[in-house]
Design a protein around this ligand. Structure first.
Ligand code: PMP
Length: 402
């Protein structure tokens, strides 16, 4: 082995102090089906860290569709959409997604990450500009970097700052604004009406990443543009199947011409194998359930409001969330790891979010609701959070973090 590589990997391992402290919270293997209660290291754990907002990963119709597709089409596509990897199933899902989002056409990618990577890297070039919310998802940032365009960040969810930045750019250049619809850590919704106004004033295109908005907001869960009635004003909608749609994969929806462009320019679709049949079929089934059974989205929101009200009543600082993502601000990274570990030992799974995902003073534990949680499970989790907070001497919103 190269000595230099050995030095690099060993020094990284040594930097993982949280492992020595017994606070390492990542890569915890689940040994059971994935619902609101899972088994980890033989223990029952309440799951408050999943993105399966509608709780459809165990839905019999979704499982059956996935099984049937594997039997009919095989387990994989062994090629990219561009070449041998296009099935009629892929085209069916694209047509349904175009209809669902209110766009002319859609294109599948093998993950949501690849959708952002592919689109953001190929639309703008060296002489163009990409404007990013400072809290956008990593896949948007990475895609922008690959474009060789000039990347400018604007203050989080701040149309005024966006306008300031746009006003300094040359009129003739192509400008692309990319934003999350619901922000994945903070849980707030993009101020789309004002962003769209600014975009129009400067002839900028706008891409909204609806990873956390599909199945959560908008007509039948159609996402952010639908929620604000601005479907025609948003140029491209990005989505993932790894959250509400209970599968794996991603897509981009837009005009026929923009999808045609992406089909021939987005390298992550042209040079990577297409979604396997079982994943396409489970997405199709979940999409149908989402559209036909509004009760799942209703239950998700009932659960969200219930848990949010309990947490706020008990003095937890939830920032500006407006969604089933409930960030509980701890504002100290070590305490964030400690409360995550204590909750885990007491049977509650939450995700710690620390730097570089957020600035350290904004460290938080991220809880996310599912339609399938019960009020009893929510009460149990909140009760355990109150106990952990007391044991770790973490302050309430009134007393400030101590
Ligand atoms: N965009 C956002 C906002 C996300 O949160 C995620 C996943 N966490 C992705 C894109 C990537 O989606 P996928 O899991 O399908 O790769």
């Amino acid at each position: 082995m190269s000595n230099k590589l050995k030095e690099r990997t060993t020094s990284f391992k040594d930097s993982l102090q949280i492992k020595e402290q017994g606070l390492y919270p990542y890569f915890r293997a689940i040994e059971s089906g994935q619902d609101t209660e899972v088994k980890i290291r033989g223990q029952r754990v309440l799951m408050f860290g999943s993105n399966s907002y509608l709780g459809l990963t165990n839905h019999p119709k979704v499982i059956e569709a996935s099984q049937k597709a594997a039997i009919q089409y095989g387990t994989g596509c062994a090629g990219s959409r561009f070449l041998n990897g296009t099935l009629d199933l892929h085209e069916q899902l694209e047509a349904k997604l175009a209809e669902h989002t209110g766009k002319e056409d859609a294109l599948l990618f093998s993950t949501g990450f690849q959708a952002n990577l592919g689109a953001l890297s190929c639309i703008t070039g060296r002489h163009d500009y990409i404007l990013l919310d400072e809290r956008n998802h990593a896949s948007i940032i990475d895609g922008s970097r690959l474009s060789f365009s000039k990347v400018i960040k604007y203050a989080h969810n701040n149309p005024k700052d966006l306008e300031k930045k746009l006003s300094l750019l040359p009129e003739e250049s192509l400008k692309l604004i990319a934003t999350d619809g619901i922000f994945s850590m903070e849980g707030d919704i993009v101020r789309l009406p004002e962003m769209v106004e600014v975009a129009k004033a400067y002839d900028a295109a706008i891409v909204v990443d609806d990873a956390h908005s599909l199945g959560v907001i908008g007509e039948k869960g159609a996402g952010t543009a639908s929620y604000f009635g601005l479907t025609d004003e948003v140029d491209l909608i990005v989505g993932t199947f790894s959250k509400s749609l209970a599968s794996l994969g991603g897509f981009i929806a837009g005009t026929k011409d923009s999808i045609e462009y992406l089909k021939h320019k987005a390298r992550s679709v042209m040079f990577s194998a297409s979604m396997p049949p079982s994943a396409v079929a489970s997405t199709l089934a979940a999409l149908e359930i989402m559209r036909e059974e509004p009760e799942h989205m209703q239950r998700l929101w009932d659960n969200t409001h219930y848990m949010k009200s309990l947490l706020v009543e008990n003095g937890f600082d939830l920032g500006k969330t407006e969604s089933p993502i409930l960030p509980v601000y701890i504002r100290d990274s070590e305490k964030t790891f400690r409360i995550t570990q204590m909750l885990f030992e007491n049977g509650v799974f939450v995700n710690p979010v620390v730097s570089p995902a957020v600035p350290s003073e904004e460290s938080l534990i991220r809880l996310s609701l599912m339609a399938t949680h019960t009020f009893d499970q929510i009460e149990e989790a909140v009760d355990k959070m109150i106990k952990a907070r007391t044991a770790l001497r973490i302050g309430t919103l009134d007393t400030a973090t101590i």
